[in-house]
Ligand binder design. Structure first.
Ligand SMILES: C[S@@+](CC[C@H](N)C(=O)[O-])C[C@H]1O[C@@H](n2cnc3c(N)ncnc32)[C@H](O)[C@@H]1O
Length: 232
């Protein structure tokens, strides 16, 4: 509990961290310490982020749990230093999570973090999302700061089972990205695509998610050779 004061900064943040992480707060604190130390030294987290790890990263990612169904299989695309995947694993031990990350330096960091935090529900996989579509049919794919939605959807939708959900953490441009991605989402036959806010009263502003529910199409039909992209 004392360590939370060191890392959280303000009394309000300490209270929210307690509310969000509950009994898992000591594990979240060890992770915050690892991010602020090895994470910054090895360039996975910017040095200026160390002072705002809780508000901008840990709590911001933990509230995504509000949108994840109980017992879900989750793949976190482009996990980087483990955001949001490791945070979700800490706060939701009922989930089974694969951290998907192509860069060796980052997967090494993730392996160390998973071992140090003793997270039995997490596996680290070194690969690009678009290379492993045949190996996954998960309930939920998460992604933060990985690619514009249009591209992310092409990587994420083939990893989902029909009815599975992509939860993409997006900022102010969420609505614009969703509009731009609509043609791609339609080609994949998605059931719904909408914005959802989580973490009201816990993070300011609340975390914006683009939530896309997959249909049955794993890959959109290829355009016929020589056919042109229709201009709208
Ligand atoms: C800006 S970082 C974000 C990391 C983390 N999600 C976060 O929010 O701090 C983007 C990450 O996506 C990974 N990435 C890039 N292309 C990818 C792909 N095709 N499949 C999976 N991960 C990818 C990068 O290696 C990098 O770790």
């Amino acid at each position: 509990m004392f360590a939370a004061w060191v890392f959280c900064g303000t009394i309000r943040t300490v209270g929210i961290a307690l509310e969000v992480f509950g009994d898992a707060l000591p594990v979240a604190e060890r992770y915050a310490e690892f991010l602020a130390g090895a994470g910054v030294e090895r360039g996975l987290i910017g040095p200026r982020e160390a002072d705002r790890l809780w508000e901008r990263h840990l709590i911001n990612c933990a509230v995504v749990a509000e949108a994840v169904p109980q017992g879900a299989n989750v793949v976190d695309i482009g996990s980087g230093a483990g955001l949001p995947g490791i945070v979700l694993a800490i706060v939701r031990p009922d989930l089974t999570i694969t951290l998907l990350e192509p860069l060796l330096r980052r997967t090494r960091f993730l392996d160390e973090a998973v071992e140090m935090l003793k997270l039995p529900n997490v596996e680290v996989r070194r690969a690009r999302a678009e290379e492993v579509a045949k190996e996954f049919a998960v309930d939920v794919a998460t992604a933060r700061a990985v690619a514009p939605l249009e591209r992310l959807a092409k990587w994420a939708l083939p990893l989902l089972r029909p009815g599975g959900e992509l939860l993409a953490l997006k900022g102010e441009r969420a609505a614009g990205e969703l509009d731009e991605a609509r043609p791609v989402l339609e080609r994949f036959g998605v059931r719904t695509a909408e914005l959802r806010q989580v973490g009201r009263g816990k993070v300011d502003p609340p975390t914006t998610l683009v939530r896309v529910v997959a249909g049955r199409v794993e890959r959109p039909p290829r355009r016929a050779k020589g056919s042109r992209k229709r201009s709208s």
